[in-house]
Write a protein that binds this ligand. Structure first.
Ligand SMILES: *Cc1c(COP(=O)(O)O)cnc(C)c1O
Length: 402
């Protein structure tokens, strides 16, 4: 197989990336997922779909997002040059709008009457409610009562944007229960409803679809970097929760063997403290969760373990199946950053460049701050700055006593 086609056919028809992915779901749900896959493969080929998505990316999201050379930070570190792909400048302030628009538009083209999703911290809920308001399709978001009480600004935004917010009070009343509740509602009428997953996770075709919608990031970045520097970056880094912003920037570089791809997971309070980190690829093992085979952080009895990260968008005990595969074949180097390194990177980028990053994105910045001083000055690190940190500003200020 030629190198240029090495990653092109991924996943296979059953949704597998090597041994990972698939549709580990009951038969009725498998049929619903297969129907979405068939419709997606047909609709994505249509010019009217691609044109509408491209024009919304340009005029609504504000794409292409720029690449910024962080000169002061690079100078201060005294090593490799650091560049930021500014997904934080997108409408709604993060990369999530890319796949939410894709999913909402797909729902419209499929003639669905309602888009259903769960949300944890509320970032996916807000991006999806935004996309559904724009596309003009009803949207229903399930959210744990505990999260509703913690994430007030996002809850308010979702209400303003006009989605139906369904509080979930069963069990621990957090993300897992919200997923169960949202899936139950979806299964009431899978013909007319569609489920919108918030990362490159879940049963096939979601890891593929969300990746495809996010791959605009790397496609732009590769061209922008070439045009400006006449070469590719030496390193491309992104934080990994479920893995959508990372797949978004990595996809365009997968066949560029000279480009070192780095996924940065949260090691929280330390990799040696089970339950106090969320480094699924670094410390987990192959298993299954949420309808897919992937690396999972598990307790000894096989249940998903508790996870922690200072960045709520990264605390997930599973990870996208394509990342699981890219780890096994060694194409992506998965590293970690602690809560403390993340906070340091958050403050450093804010004070040295005037850019307040999301705590999620600050993990990728933390990795760059750690390694840049060890690299020559003519090397280039491109970081996917997945989102802005307005949502985290009060928390960080309180934590640091500012
Ligand atoms: C949700 C979120 C993430 C984590 O999700 P991925 O699917 O791993 O990209 C990262 N950064 C920001 C800003 C987010 O909102």
């Amino acid at each position: 197989m030629s190198t240029s086609s090495r990653f092109a056919p991924m996943p296979n028809d059953e949704g597998y990336f090597g041994p990972y992915g698939g549709q580990l779901v009951p038969p009725h749900l498998k049929k619903a997922m297969d129907d979405i896959n068939v419709a997606y493969e047909e609709i994505r080929q249509r010019d009217d779909f691609q044109q509408e998505l491209a024009s919304l990316f340009a005029d609504y999201v504000g794409r292409p997002s720029p690449i910024f050379h962080a000169r002061r930070l690079s100078e201060q570190l005294g090593g490799a040059q650091i560049h930021l792909k500014r997904e934080d400048l997108n409408h709604t302030g993060a990369h999530k709008i890319n796949h939410c628009l894709g999913e909402a538009l797909l729902a419209k083209f499929m003639g669905k009457s309602k888009v259903i999703a769960e949300t944890g911290a509320g970032q996916h809920g807000v991006a999806l409610a935004t996309a559904c308001a724009l596309v003009g399709i009803p949207c229903e978001i399930h959210m744990g009562q505990v999260d509703i009480e913690k994430e007030h600004p996002n809850v308010t935004k979702m209400k303003i944007l006009g989605c139906k917010l369904v509080p979930v009070t069963r069990g621990a009343a957090t993300l897992k229960e919200a997923v169960d509740s949202a899936f139950e509602e979806y299964l009431n009428d899978p013909t007319n409803y569609i489920y919108a997953i918030g990362s490159v996770v879940g049963p096939h075709p979601f890891p593929k679809m969300v990746r495809d919608f996010q791959s605009i990031i790397g496609k732009e970045a590769r061209e922008q970097f070439q045009a400006k520097h006449g070469r590719l970056p030496d390193h491309v880094a992104a934080c990994v929760g479920g893995g959508s912003n990372a797949m978004g920037i990595f996809t365009a570089f997968l066949n560029d063997d000279a480009v070192h791809l780095v996924g940065v997971e949260p090691s929280g309070e330390g990799l040696d403290k089970p339950g106090r980190h969320s480094a699924t690829l670094s410390k987990g093992k192959p298993g299954e969760i949420h309808g897919m085979a992937c690396y999972v952080l598990e307790n000894e009895d096989g249940t998903p373990s508790a996870v922690h990260s200072i960045a709520s968008g990264l605390d997930y005990p599973g990870v996208g199946p394509q990342h699981s595969y890219l780890k096994d074949i060694g194409r992506v180097d998965y590293q970690t950053a602690t809560d403390e390194e993340c906070l340091n990177a958050f403050m450093t980028l804010s004070r040295v460049e005037g850019i307040i990053p999301a705590l999620e994105s600050a993990h990728a910045v933390a990795w760059a701050i750690r390694v840049a001083p060890t690299l020559p000055k003519d090397q280039h690190i491109l970081i996917n700055l997945s989102g802005r940190g307005d949502k985290d500003a009060d928390y960080v200020a309180a934590k640091l006593g500012l």
